[in-house]
Ligand binder design. Structure first.
Ligand code: ZN
Length: 347
């Protein structure tokens, strides 16, 4: 990737009205069987076209192929009973009825590999594919078998590694692991969470990302954010160990958040996907606002390692809002690219 400041999104984009209920997170599919397969592929084509139209450099499927960023993956695994549900507290934040792990977990066949191959056929741009991270996976389940969060996470890490290797072989350039749980369980992250993630990426030659955010703009998250005070220093707890990890890129929430930008100094040397688009509001950022966030980040991230991005996924937003935000991201990145080029010429 030679282009300076290559843009991307953290993951999800809104789904078309004929595939799922708009502006609804985790909305059930409106189609079934063969129609659903074709519907998802068409939605993927649209999401790709919209990213390319907006000038996004590293494209994705916009998560048109999944209903939920964690459970859709788990649904394909053995050892988890989706009928037997227990209520647990997810990320120490909100109660939810979740499936039960009743036996050894395993992956009988690839989950997203066909979808990734389909995306690969549609574009020559670098593609990024998102998988849930091991710690976030265990946090959305009731474990009646391993009875150990760490043991279950290691099992998931092995399964994720199988899937990641096949995604790489399918032509995926960057594999991302979504780990919002890294922003909550600091002790576990440092004890075994990062080690599990390194197990998940073992042997990969493509680039790898860990995405750590403050979540979608849903009520449980916005209420939680209100309890975090004026400075959000959660990243500080896990950055030192992440800096030393084998993960190539760290994807973070930066725009409109209360994360002090100087925390990025703790991961200096890593590539950083800097969230410059707030996904918790319909207000469209101006290119200058995006540029301001990137300019601030450049104090702590080397220019060749800065990847302008969104704070998180945009699935719950209206399509026109999401598209306008993608365009703002591109335009804002271009402002900074020109500034960097001008500086280079002046030097
Ligand atoms: Zn996120």
């Amino acid at each position: 990737m030679k282009k300076l400041l290559p843009t991307s999104t953290a993951g999800s984009l809104p789904k078309p009205i004929w595939l799922a209920q708009p502006e609804t997170l985790w909305s059930p599919w409106k189609l079934q069987g063969e129609e659903l397969i074709e519907g998802k592929q068409d939605a993927l084509r649209v999401a790709l076209q919209e990213q390319q139209h907006a000038g996004i450099d590293i494209v994705s499927d916009g998560e048109q192929t999944r209903q939920h960023f964690v459970t859709t993956f788990i649904e394909h695994l053995d050892g988890v009973d989706f009928e037997k549900r227990e209520t647990v507290k997810i990320r120490d934040r909100y109660e939810a009825s979740v499936p039960t792990v009743f036996g050894p977990v395993s992956r009988q066949k690839p989950v997203f590999v066909d979808d990734a191959k389909f995306l690969r056929q549609q574009t020559n741009k670098p593609i990024k594919w998102a998988l849930p991270g091991p710690m976030t996976m265990i946090d959305t389940l009731y474990d009646d078998h391993y009875k150990s969060r760490e043991k279950l996470a290691w099992e998931f890490a092995k399964i994720l590694n199988q899937e990641a290797k096949e995604l790489e072989a399918a032509g995926v350039d960057i594999i991302q692991f979504d780990e919002p749980a890294f922003n909550v369980f600091f002790e576990e992250v440092n004890d075994w969470g990062i080690a599990c993630l390194e197990r998940a990426i073992e042997g990969l030659k493509c680039e790898t990302v860990v995405h750590i955010c403050y979540g979608y703009g849903i009520k449980a998250n916005t209420d939680w954010k209100k309890t975090l005070g004026s400075e959000w220093r959660q990243y500080e707890e896990v950055f030192p160990k992440l800096q030393k990890s084998n993960i190539d890129i760290i994807s973070l929430e930066c725009h409109n958040s209360h994360v002090p930008m100087e925390l990025l100094e703790l991961i200096r040397g890593k590539k950083v996907m800097v969230g410059a688009i707030d996904v918790a509001t319909d207000v469209i950022e101006t290119p200058e606002e995006v540029a301001n966030t990137l300019r601030e980040a450049l104090k702590y991230v080397d220019a060749d390692k800065l990847y302008p991005c969104t704070n998180c996924g945009m699935a719950p937003l209206a399509r026109n809002v999401a598209n306008a935000k993608l365009a703002a991201l591109s335009a804002g990145a271009e402002i900074i690219r020109q500034e960097l080029i001008a500086k280079e010429l002046a030097a």
